[in-house]
Design a protein around this ligand. Structure first.
Ligand code: ATP
Ligand code: MN
Length: 266
């Protein structure tokens, strides 16, 4: 199986880095049996046709590029696959988000960890659905099986993912600070997220927003919580602070955190 579906290092990665990235991709493609089985089934059901190299290898999850070849021979469609890790190390951080939402007893055993990870993946899937139906730009969630989530690929035709807001280069029109418009856009998104989706992102920052052509895309919503979560408002304040800090560093004349909090919740 590694020889076929997973052989391709990375569609759309730059040539200079090709060897490095291919090596890393190969490493990251060492998946456990369950994960490979899930991917194989997805391939046989035509949800994806090829799984490419890692777009991102993180603490909690890896994100892979993938391609789906439509049966009617029309142009291949890019997809992204987020595969959550089941290793024990990543669990501590997550605890605070699931407090009060326990559906099973925790313990450091493999089976419980898998259940936990499944729950995060499911949360991300459901939260993405909420965002998507509220009209917030985000990857459209397409398929979920256990800890494997298939979604719309946010990137260009060559397979390059859109940059994170942190890495984005904004066109400078000369008159106004180019970061001002995205800042205002983001405040609107946060408000909609809160009031329409009933959610607080809870890890919102320039790292979890992708940018393309003046548009912001919200990603990474597995830890997002509902208003009812006991720490929802605390997480909201944290999101507001992270966002404010970032845009202040870009020289934007930002509103006070308190005013934003009222704008979002009022
Ligand atoms: P970790 O926290 O362990 O680093 P993560 O949970 O932060 O992983 P995400 O933030 O969802 O994972 O995604 C990691 C990166 O993968 C993003 O910064 C982005 O570059 C890329 N990515 C995620 N989803 C997509 C997508 N749908 N299309 C294109 N790129 C994506
Ligand atoms: Mn992230």
């Amino acid at each position: 199986m590694e020889g076929n579906a997973f052989e391709d290092g990375c569609g759309g990665h730059d040539k200079d880095n090709h060897k490095d990235k291919a090596d890393r991709a190969t490493n990251e493609l060492v998946m456990d049996q369950r994960t490979r089985m899930i991917l194989l089934k997805m391939i046989s059901r035509g949800i994806v046709s090829e799984v490419h190299g890692a777009i991102s290898t993180g603490k909690e999850a890896n994100v892979y590029g993938a391609v789906m070849d439509p049966l009617d021979g029309s142009r291949p469609i890019q997809r992204a696959i987020k595969i959550y890790k089941t290793a024990i190390l990543v669990f501590k951080d997550r605890e605070k988000y699931v407090t009060g939402e326990h559906r099973f007893k925790r313990g450091a055993n493999k089976k419980n960890n898998r259940e936990m990870v499944k729950q995060w993946a499911e949360k991300e899937f459901r939260n993405l659905k909420r965002l998507h139906s509220a009209g917030i730009a985000c990857p459209e969630p397409l398929e979920l099986k256990s800890h494997v989530l298939v979604m719309e690929f946010l990137g260009d035709k060559r397979g390059y993912a859109y940059p994170r807001l942190r890495d984005a280069t904004l066109p400078d029109e000369g008159t106004e600070n180019p970061w001002r418009a995205p800042y205002i856009q983001l405040l609107g998104i946060m408000r909609c997220l809160f009031r329409v989706c009933n959610l607080v992102h809870a890890d919102l920052s320039e790292y979890n927003i992708l940018y393309n052509k003046s548009k912001l895309y919200i990603i990474d919503v597995s830890q997002s919580v509902e208003h009812e979560h006991p720490r929802a408002l605390e997480f909201l304040r944290m999101d507001i602070k992270n966002v404010g800090d970032f845009f202040r560093r870009q020289g934007v004349d930002t509103l006070q955190d308190r005013a934003i909090y009222d704008f979002i919740t009022a």
